[in-house]
Design a protein around this ligand. Structure first.
Ligand code: S3P
Length: 171
């Protein structure tokens, strides 16, 4: 049985793209927590935030993530805030292999210019708002088993780096 491979990190870092590619190469299931939440709730994450609020979202996020973590043989892409929840994080640190995808704030800003899908970034100053969230979170993301430097790296290189580290632990 393969341990679940978890991807965490800021919104816009590429968790979904990297996760899909990993799952194909490793022949594991791909699970995107935000996707599942949107299907369950029948509305977008943005609409959940706007209509029900962040606390409601975090509660659903916690339940959904904990339930998905019970599956095995999966690559799981978390929402950017999920690893901050200590219950989720402790389950992941005890049972899974986790990777923090990290890039510089400036690169995140340029990737997140189209902010429509990201309710937490509905701010006038995108750069300041991303910087603030990143600085608040980076010491938590750091607790993941591995930090993957994604600065100016092609998708294939990121994926191969993760596969190597995952394989070294698993075998
Ligand atoms: C969030 C990140 C989003 C989504 C929600 C909250 C966050 O997921 O879960 O908007 O707190 O960083 P992505 O990281 O997939 O964008």
């Amino acid at each position: 049985m393969k341990k679940n491979l978890i991807l965490t990190g800021m919104m816009g870092v590429g968790k979904t793209t990297v996760g899909k590619s990993l799952s194909l190469k490793l022949n594991m299931k791909f699970i995107d927590i935000d996707d599942i939440i949107e299907k369950q709730e029948g509305r977008t994450i943005r609409s959940i935030f706007e209509n029900k609020g962040e606390d409601y979202f975090r509660n659903i996020e916690k339940k959904t993530t904990i339930s998905e973590l019970k599956k095995d043989n999966s690559v799981i892409s978390l929402g950017g805030g999920s690893f901050l929840n200590s219950e989720i994080r402790n389950l992941i640190l005890s049972n899974c292999i986790s990777f923090w995808l990290d890039i510089k704030i400036e690169l995140l800003v340029s990737r997140l210019k189209n902010i429509k899908k990201r309710p937490l970034l509905k701010k006038n100053n995108l750069s300041d708002s991303i910087k603030k969230i990143y600085l608040e979170r980076k010491n938590i993301y750091k607790l993941a088993n591995h930090r993957i430097d994604c600065n100016n790296k092609k998708l294939d290189l990121i994926v191969m780096t993760i596969i190597k580290l995952y394989g070294d632990i698993r075998n």
